[in-house]
Design a protein around this ligand. Structure first.
Ligand SMILES: C[S@@+](CC[C@H](N)C(=O)[O-])C[C@H]1O[C@@H](n2cnc3c(N)ncnc32)[C@H](O)[C@@H]1O
Length: 231
């Protein structure tokens, strides 16, 4: 079984939840780099086939090699492409975009939605793990017809990461700055006493206290959070 870092294990858990009791799904790992996540999805039978996309040749070769070494050459494809360009989505797909900046994720999703259309998007699950600009990803998702299904956090070698699972229903909605910066799902978990989320929020509060000086969204989110937390 392919070992994963704590961060990628969290991403894998979201893929598992997205699959539910279904096996043999098609999983598309955008920005696959080493290909370990795709290998693990095949190892566990969640994926019947995987597609890895990579913008650069070298990581694409790494992914292809890892899949071949694990015996999955026949049920995998690796494409050198930008995001999901040239990869038409199918009903039931799980799309994973992990370990990338939020603006890159937004760009990839925007173009994929245009290319595939909303009727396919409604039948696809998205597992997203932005490394930065998380608040912009959440704003984009809610304003573009996605819905938040779940979100988890982990601490891997002293760095906090979060991972969201989103669906698409075409209903555009507005989230508050607090929801954008802390996450609508994580806020619910925090209010239900989730200790991992409490640690994450304490960490975010420290960072936001500094970032608020240059970022008005963060400033207002921090104010809303302090107000709501003291209720
Ligand atoms: C930091 S690595 C993360 C790899 C893996 N997804 C993970 O979470 O461990 C980001 C990878 O995404 C690739 N990448 C960045 N932008 C991309 C894009 N627009 N389309 C496809 N791959 C991209 C990079 O080449 C790199 O290999």
């Amino acid at each position: 079984m392919q070992n994963l870092t704590v961060r990628l294990e969290m991403v894998f858990e979201q893929i598992k939840k997205a699959a539910g009791d279904k096996a043999g799904l098609r999983i598309i790992d955008v920005g696959s780099d080493h290909g370990y996540l795709a290998v693990r999805c095949l190892d566990e039978g969640i994926a019947g086939s995987v597609i890895c996309t990579e913008i650069h040749d070298a990581p694409a070769k790494r992914s292809a090699q890892a899949l071949e070494d694990a015996g999955y050459k026949a049920n995998s494809d690796v494409f050198v492409t930008d995001g999901l360009t040239g990869v038409p989505l199918k009903v039931g797909d799980i799309v994973v975009i992990a370990g990338m900046g939020g603006l890159n994720i937004i760009d990839i999703l925007t173009r994929a939605l245009k290319d595939n259309g909303s009727s396919v998007f409604e039948k696809v699950t998205f597992v997203l793990q932005p490394q930065k600009s998380v608040e912009l990803v959440r704003q984009y998702l809610s304003g573009s017809g996605f819905c938040f299904v779940d979100e988890t956090v982990c601490c891997d070698r002293d760095i906090f990461y979060n991972c969201m699972r989103a669906g698409y229903n075409g209903v555009m909605s507005h989230i508050t700055n607090e929801e954008a910066c802390y996450g609508p799902v994580l806020l619910k978990k925090y209010n239900n006493g989730d200790m991992g989320v409490k640690d994450y929020f304490a960490h975010l509060n420290d960072i936001y206290k500094i970032r608020q000086r240059s970022n008005p969204i963060v400033k207002s989110a921090l104010k809303e959070r302090q107000k709501n937390d003291s209720k």
